[in-house]
Design a protein around this ligand. Structure first.
Ligand SMILES: *Cc1c(COP(=O)(O)O)cnc(C)c1O
Length: 467
């Protein structure tokens, strides 16, 4: 199992652990599997009813290859997913619940910071710490967050001597709860930097700093890191095995999307042989991805702040991994396409010899929702089932409900707990969701000075990193 860069025409191969500790490839491309490993239906049948960590072990082993010995990988997975970090009261890590009309919810948000990002980040932290210890090395990581990545990464790396983590976040846009979560984790090897600007400014700063050779070795925790994408693949297998009566039946997944990381993991699962019929990409008012899939035009558009802030993006970094496949894995064609996008903020499929049917051929479909629609969806699901869903999950459920009645199970990924977005839940339901015990009094834990505030200035950020 080896990885290649989407922009490297020579297709040089890299190991899982080398890729884990780096971010973008030096040529600006993203690392992606040289070929997708395969899972047979017989292997899947054996996994029906198995624990999450067992499913994750079988799938991750195929994606990691011999870069981490099996015994070590198994103990990293057991340490990550066995109670109490994830499992709910029934001992399930990502339980699937019926919500009627063949729709199901898969809860991915039972981890320490209450979003699906914990699923991969908790494992990423342990894998990096394991590999750095083996190499007797340490790593400085610079990341950017629109809300959930920050706390998930900080919870995953807190206290590891091998890693120092700097996290940039926009001064406005995050929920009070999200900011308090990061504030509470500040200190020691965790540094929070608040940027006077938007999430895109934070992401651009990370890119600009890394272009300086002095900082080229900085690690990445955003979903451009293949370690994160690969660690999200197992929950598609787990959701599938819970939702079907018999292995071999097809399902659809609906995925609230921003940077295209989560749904790309679903695509990897499909390419590995999981019987997925459709992958439905759900977006909010920042509908760059759904417009791309419906028109073939990938157009960067300044993000607006919405009630599902973790999906507020102006471009979708991981789309490059899919585009690589759409171009038949031709790195030269892909580079020309991405170059046009990166220099003009706009690129059309038609000019590069492709059509929108290419998305459908790979199983993709898309849709989007507005704030009013998400509010109504939160109300409807609560009325019908008593379940309170968060605004990101509501986006997916709303898009799912707009489709025709489906003859296969439709699994909507629940990507955050509602407790993270109290303001929107109060608007929809007139009350705030009950807080799990671990979040009671969170705002009081936030220490004075847990954020350094800065302008979006590359040189100032570099000085901060040097200090
Ligand atoms: C990050 C996030 C998303 C978007 O996921 P991508 O992998 O960026 O597409 C959706 N919902 C929530 C709650 C998130 O935190």
């Amino acid at each position: 199992m080896r990885l290649v860069s989407t922009r490297d025409a020579s297709a040089a191969q890299h190991s899982y652990t080398d890729v884990l500790l780096s971010g973008l490839a030096p040529d600006g491309g993203l690392y992606t599997p040289e070929e997708y490993p395969q899972v047979t239906l017989d292997e899947l049948r054996v996994l029906k009813g198995a624990s999450y960590e067992t499913i994750a072990f079988v799938i991750k082993q195929k994606l990691v290859g011999d870069a981490i010995p099996s015994v070590e990988l198994r103990s990293l997975l057991d340490a990550t997913y066995i109670e109490p970090a994830f499992a709910n009261e029934k001992g399930q890590v990502t339980p699937v619940t019926d919500i009627g009309r063949n729709l199901k919810l898969q809860n991915l948000s039972l981890g320490p910071t209450a979003s699906f990002k914990d699923m991969a980040m908790q494992l990423l932290g342990r894998e990096m710490d394991y590999e750095l210890a083996r190499r007797k090395d340490s790593l400085t990581i610079l990341g950017a967050t629109s809300g959930d990545t920050g706390s998930a990464a900080e919870a995953a790396f807190k206290g590891f001597g091998s890693v120092e983590l700097f996290m940039l976040s926009p001064e406005v846009g995050m929920s009070v709860f999200q900011r308090a979560q990061m504030g509470a984790l500040s200190g020691g090897n965790i540094r929070n930097i608040s940027i006077r600007g938007r999430f895109d400014d934070c992401q651009d700063l990370v890119k600009a700093v890394k272009q300086d050779s002095e900082f080229a070795a900085l690690g990445a925790v955003n979903s451009i890191n293949w370690g994160r994408i690969s660690s999200q693949v197992p929950y598609y297998f787990s959701g599938y095995l819970q939702a079907v009566k018999e292995v071999g039946e097809k399902v659809d997944f609906v995925v609230p999307s921003g940077n295209f990381g989560n749904v790309f993991s679903g695509y990897v699962a499909k390419r590995m042989g999981l019987p997925i019929r459709r992958l439905v990409v759900a977006t909010n008012e920042n509908n760059v991805l759904s417009r791309l899939m419906q028109t073939g035009v990938y157009a960067q558009k300044e993000a607006v702040i919405t009630s599902s802030p973790s999906m507020d993006i102006s471009k979708a970094s991981n789309y490059e991994r899919l585009a690589f496949d759409l171009f038949g894995r031709d790195a030269t064609k892909l580079s020309a396409y991405m170059h046009e996008f990166n220099t003009t903020g706009l690129v059309s499929f038609l000019d590069h010899g492709l059509s929108v049917e290419a998305f459908l051929a790979l199983g993709f479909e898309s849709g989007s929702s507005t704030h009013e629609e998400r509010i109504r969806t939160i109300q409807d699901i609560y009325k019908d089932t008593g379940i309170v869903i968060d605004p990101h999950t509501a986006d997916g459920v709303c898009v799912a409900k707009k489709r025709d009645i489906q003859e296969v199970p439709v699994i909507c990924l629940a990507t955050a707990l509602p407790v993270k977005f109290e303001e929107t839940i109060r608007e929809a339901l007139g009350f705030v969701p009950e807080r799990p015990a671990r979040f009671v009094g969170l705002e009081e834990e936030m220490k004075q000075g847990s954020f350094i505030t800065m302008n979006a200035d590359v040189e100032a950020l570099k000085s901060q990193l040097r200090a």
